[in-house]
Design a protein around this ligand. Structure first.
Ligand code: MG
Length: 378
């Protein structure tokens, strides 16, 4: 039994005693809360941290070996929830922008941490943008709430713990030898995600096919510019056992993307072109599916709404990630019983994780039994 529950029971049994002795009963909810909880206020703490990548990670238009993150904690009545902002440089957030944003967040004015809708709406209104910084508060709040309830989020949301999908494992753009080596190292995974978008696309696919015939998903990161070229590639990739293509062309080429989605033999997913909730409706007719990431959409609460909306609009859904610690990966993992595909290998690509949480076991996203988002600080 956790501390809060003990306090709660102590408070209610004292009240029961008082009513017997004093001959009156006052069981209004506010009187059932232990006095020390009544004045508890949330405290937000945060610190910058830098993730070291195991391999240099190259996609269509950038290359890097580290990722800046900010680790957050929200404490309430002696219970701590953990969160994280991950900020690949090409998305525009940084240690400086995230810490400046978080310095403006005042959680001490809220009496009840369960009021997620109000608290997160207020935080979103502090400044436009900053989705990763906002997500770091959202995740820590969800973790805190789950811990206060003594329940993991898959239970709170009503998902079956084991209904999680396999996750793909990402192979970046690289030389033939390295691609072959990484494909062999990915033996545990049932699904590979391959980065395309340079002039080596066919070589990379052929190299992987010389090692394995497992299904491949592809991510072009806006690397192709011509719709006819993209359609020719889609036909070629289908013959090679590719399952779908993510963000084949620049997000601004909306008409070209819609034409490609209409004609392509493979589903076309939007990633860079779909950030937050209002983008889901705009994705209809442009993409066949969307890639939702907590760092784009400001956290778990909006991600949940996006999945529900996307499904109702007939879009396929993938849950993706940045390079992140097991904190943000675990948060995203609780939503995966609701999605078609998971791409949650972010914590496997770094060498200095600071959390134990969701793991990939035999290629499958595997949730822990712990409350909240299910993490333990290492
Ligand atoms: Mg992508």
């Amino acid at each position: 039994m956790n501390h809060d529950r003990r306090e709660f029971l102590k408070a209610t049994s004292l009240l029961a005693g008082a009513s017997l002795a004093g001959g009156f009963t006052d069981l209004h909810a506010e009187n059932l809360i232990a006095p020390r909880q009544k004045n508890a206020r949330m405290k937000l703490r945060f610190r910058p941290y830098t993730l070291e990548l195991k391999h240099v990670f190259t996609i269509a238009n950038s290359s890097r070996s580290t990722t800046p993150v900010v680790l957050t904690e929200i404490e309430h009545d002696g219970v701590i929830g953990y969160g994280e902002a991950s900020m690949p440089p090409y998305l525009g957030e940084s240690h400086d922008t995230a810490t400046a944003f978080l310095a403006k967040v005042d959680l001490s004015k809220y009496e009840n941490p369960f009021e997620l809708e109000t608290i997160l709406r207020d935080i979103d209104a502090i400044a436009p943008g900053n989705p990763a910084a906002k997500a770091s508060v959202d995740i820590a709040l969800h973790d805190l709430i789950g811990r206060l309830m003594g329940q993991p989020w898959y239970n709170i949301w009503g998902f079956k713990k084991t209904a999680t999908p396999y996750t793909s494992f990402t192979i970046g753009i690289d030389t033939e030898d390295v691609v072959r080596q990484k494909t062999k190292e990915a033996a545990e995974f049932k699904l590979l995600k391959v980065k395309l978008g340079r002039d080596t696309d066919k070589m990379i696919i052929e190299t992987i096919r010389s090692v394995t015939d497992k299904p491949i998903t592809t991510d072009v990161n806006q690397g192709w510019k011509d719709k006819q070229f993209a359609l020719d590639m889609a036909h070629w990739l289908k013959e090679k056992g590719v399952v779908f293509i993510e963000q084949p062309m620049p997000k601004e080429q909306v008409d070209d993307l819609a034409w490609l989605t209409e004609h392509s033999p493979l589903p076309i997913f939007g990633d860079e072109g779909v950030q937050r909730l209002p983008d889901v409706k705009k994705a209809v007719g442009v993409y066949s599916g969307i890639n939702i990431k907590l760092m784009k959409c400001a956290g778990m609460r909006e991600a949940h709404k996006m999945i529900v909306l996307a499904r109702s609009l007939g879009l396929k859904v993938m849950m993706g990630c940045m390079t992140e610690t097991s904190c943000a990966i675990s948060a995203a993992a609780h939503l995966t019983p609701m999605v078609d595909y998971a791409d949650l290998d972010g914590a496997l690509l770094i060498s200095n994780d600071v959390f134990d949480g969701t793991k990939v076991i035999d290629g499958k996203v595997t949730l822990t039994d712990r409350p909240g988002i299910g993490v333990k600080k290492l």
